[in-house]
Ligand binder design. Structure first.
Ligand code: BG6
Length: 489
């Protein structure tokens, strides 16, 4: 709004996430003229640093999609002039009051709005929020706080965190980020489903046999073992990124595209799910492996991980939704680190065509004729539909082909990073892609009993070699529901 200004404070400014994602995303938004005309950015962290040092850090570690553009450096200079640093303790009201003073100097004569990005470990969230409440926007401007997972370790600790945050903030001020919701293909999921007649009527147990949500990374927890060992892949990826995609995929049609309407439907579908059962779960952990003359160390060989750690770096699970639309349809999730490839996709396998006239052309394996719809979230964003067609020629030979919407050919322009979209939404007060507290509770309720059981029974993960396709157990789990995992690609 004319006459207003936005101050963005990145708390934990020297950390990895801030350097690799938040500052680059803010710069990309600035470059694209998406930031408000009047804005100021503050880095806040414990280390002593001058404004100039912060600026060097931001420009040196710039990893954004803009950094190869021609006039990037001019724009960068303009951007950096608006970046400042304040060093302070995370639990010091006094240090935050000093920050408040500096913010006020920049805001003079304008309606102040303040956004805080907490890019810090969860054990200090509450301290920071308490102290930063001394920095809330005075006057009539807004104050918003973005928090990044992990939001607790289970239902109880997450609830406790919410209660503590709410002593200082209202739900409307808390923006819980799940960066997967900012990914282009995840946003497109609803468009694809709700605006195409050829998909919407098929979106139920009547036509869909199973849905697969797959996340795979071809590197281990290198350098993040300390964090990861306390959480594991189920909390790191499944309970949030994959479950959020599932909720968007499976929710009923919202009343409108309004944030509350969408989030109401997501909560409903999450609450219709059966808490995950231990029999429907496979856990794995990567072990060291030599390939191409190089040794790739196993998870427990990471010096920051205890030697006897049972933390899963891989998990596969079958989930079910107890409602009329999805009764009996397995939603299979698979997430792993140190696997053979990197990628994420949503794969929908449709039922067989009843009384298929061409049955014998598929030999004994009718699964080969299954239509599949794939949304490749990354890399190489694409949506493709596997169909059956005749091979041209005089005989009758059938083949499978892909109707393929490959983003890089259809839209050669670069796709914004998820953090760009989410930061912009937070600045604009759009809550659609942020997690409401009841959504978070529902998500934890699904996973908490299972996580407790895993830890109490000390269930050992199945070992798999670094760079492999993960534990074979994942195939048995899928086979139990008559499903074959699709290959990422
Ligand atoms: C984070 C997880 O939320 O997502 C990381 O904590 C993971 O373990 C990352 O590597 C993956 O994000 P992306 O966008 O690179 O797929």
């Amino acid at each position: 709004k004319a006459g207003s200004t936005v101050s963005i404070t990145v708390v934990g400014a020297s950390g990895d996430l801030a350097r690799k994602k938040i500052f680059p995303a803010l710069f990309a938004l600035f470059y694209e003229d998406c930031l408000p005309e009047h804005f100021t950015i503050f880095g806040y962290a414990r280390s002593k640093m001058s404004d100039e040092e912060l600026r060097n850090m931001i420009s040196e570690t710039l990893t954004c999609r803009i950094d190869k553009r021609e006039n990037c450096s001019d724009k960068m200079d303009q951007f950096l002039q608006r970046c400042f640093y304040h060093s302070g303790q995370y639990n010091s009201e006094e240090n935050f009051s000093e920050l408040d003073k500096k913010l006020k100097e920049k805001e003079v004569g304008r309606l102040p709005n303040r956004l805080f990005y907490l890019s810090i470990p969860p054990n200090i969230f509450v301290d920071v929020v308490r102290c930063a409440s001394h920095c809330a926007s005075s006057a009539n401007g807004w104050t918003r706080v973005i928090v990044e997972k992990p939001f607790g370790r289970d239902l109880e600790s997450s609830g406790e965190l919410t209660r503590c945050l709410k002593q200082h903030l209202s739900e409307d001020q808390i923006f819980r980020i799940d960066h997967y919701l900012g990914k282009e293909l995840v946003e497109n999921l609803s468009v694809l489903r709700f605006s195409n007649l050829v998909f919407e009527p098929l979106w139920s147990r009547n036509y869909i046999r199973n849905v697969q949500l797959i996340f795979s990374e071809n590197f281990g927890t290198e350098g993040r073992g300390g964090y990861f060992d306390n959480y594991g892949i189920i909390r790191d990826i499944m309970q949030n990124h994959l479950l959020q995609i599932l909720a968007l995929f499976a929710m009923e049609t919202p009343v409108s595209l309004d944030a509350e309407d969408i989030r109401n439907e997501k909560v409903k579908v999450l609450r219709s799910m059966r808490p995950l059962q231990i029999d429907d779960l496979i856990v794995g952990q990567y072990k060291g492996h030599s390939a191409g003359g190089k040794f790739y160390p196993g998870y427990t060989e990471d010096p920051t991980v205890p030697n006897d750690s049972l933390t899963p770096t891989f998990a596969a699970a079958a989930l079910f939704i107890n409602n009329a639309r999805w009764d009996g349809v397995p939603f299979l999730m698979k997430a792993g680190k140190a696997l053979h490839t990197k990628g994420a996709e949503i794969r929908v396998q449709f039922r067989h065509v009843p009384g298929n006239l061409y049955k014998r052309n598929f030999g004994t394996d009718l699964d080969k004729a299954t239509n599949e719809l794939v949304l490749r979230v990354q890399p190489d964003e694409a949506i493709y539909l596997r169909i059956n067609n005749k091979v041209p020629g005089l005989g009758m030979r059938l083949d499978r082909s892909d109707l393929n919407l490959l983003y890089k050919t259809r839209y050669p322009k670069e796709i914004p990073d998820a953090y760009e979209r989410l930061l912009l939404d937070a600045i604009e007060g759009e809550r659609r892609l942020f997690i409401r507290s009841d959504e978070l509770d529902a998500a934890w309720a699904l996973f908490t009993p299972l996580l407790k059981e895993l830890e109490e029974r000390k269930i050992a993960p199945e070992l798999y070699p670094y760079g492999s396709r993960g534990p074979v157990g994942a195939h048995y789990l899928a086979a139990k529901y008559n499903v074959r995992w699709g290959d990422l690609g």
